[in-house]
Design a protein around this ligand. Structure first.
Ligand SMILES: Nc1ncnc2c1ncn2[C@@H]1O[C@H](COP(=O)(O)OP(=O)(O)O)[C@@H](O)[C@H]1O
Ligand SMILES: [Mg+2]
Length: 235
């Protein structure tokens, strides 16, 4: 892994309106790294990814992407600079077909074939509308839509939530491929065991703050860290 920093947050405070959710978040992510962010429900994991993408109110602090300040930029400009978010809500257009979903917001028809290579199931379902897809297929489409923007930093917000184990394994293989292909991955997870399996480094969030930051191997060797900060052991 290179030591080139792709993402750097310093003293980020963010939230919704007058409500501050994140308090003084600072960390950086190196090119090609696999960072997992874990923590209990409601501690601010989605707010953190949404803030990186420019979808919440930033109260103070700085966010640099490839060394350039982006905290004042709207989401589409951050996307144009290589940041991609697969939101927890799996944003797809339910009334559009799979192919129309992929084409929405992009001019690069060539990327569609790449999406179908990564997700052959979507090619089979290309003429089906979003609301005819299974939960797993909707998640594949949501991921493929994000990849159409050609991001080099891919942020995944609980991508396995509510999906069958066989789909989770298939998605995990896709994330492995992306990471091996030089993408930087930020994975938010409730499934601690999947985060431990996938990541190089881990952040644990609690109440809008980083309470642990270290190598994933350290957490694997000392599972009491999870007990201490999240109150659950390894599943
Ligand atoms: N759109 C919103 N408006 C106001 N408060 C919100 C909004 N989204 C989340 N929150 C609040 O922010 C806090 C953190 O939520 P969230 O980032 O979704 O946590 P997590 O992803 O870790 O479960 C919670 O208290 C939640 O109620
Ligand atoms: Mg969340």
């Amino acid at each position: 892994m290179s030591t080139e920093t792709v993402l750097k947050l310093a003293n980020v405070k963010a939230g919704y309106g007058d409500t501050q959710v994140l308090n003084d978040i600072s960390f950086s992510v190196a090119k090609g790294e696999r960072l997992a962010i874990i923590g209990r429900n409601g501690v601010g994991k989605s707010t953190l990814l949404n803030t990186l993408m420019g979808l919440t109110d930033m109260h103070s602090g700085s966010i640099a992407l490839h060394g350039q300040a982006v905290e004042a930029l709207p989401a589409h400009k951050r996307a144009a600079r290589g940041l991609g978010l697969v939101p927890q809500t799996r944003d797809i257009f339910t009334s559009l077909t799979v192919e129309e979903n992929l084409l929405a917001g992009t001019k690069k028809k060539s990327s569609i074939e790449e999406a179908y290579t990564l997700f052959p199931r979507l090619k089979e379902r290309r003429g089906n509308s979003g609301d005819q897809l299974s939960g797993g297929e909707q998640q594949m489409l949501s991921i493929a839509r994000t990849l159409m923007g050609n991001p080099d930093v891919v942020m995944l917000d609980e991508p396995f939530e509510g999906l069958a184990p066989v789909i989770c394994e298939m998605l995990m293989e896709v994330f492995e491929k992306l990471a091996d292909g030089d993408h930087t991955i930020v994975l938010v997870e409730q499934h601690t065991e999947l985060a431990l399996e996938f990541s190089d480094r881990m952040l644990i969030l609690d109440n809008g703050e980083i309470v642990f930051h270290g190598q994933t191997s350290e957490v694997r060797d000392n599972p009491e860290i999870l007990e201490r900060y999240i109150g659950l052991g390894m599943a």
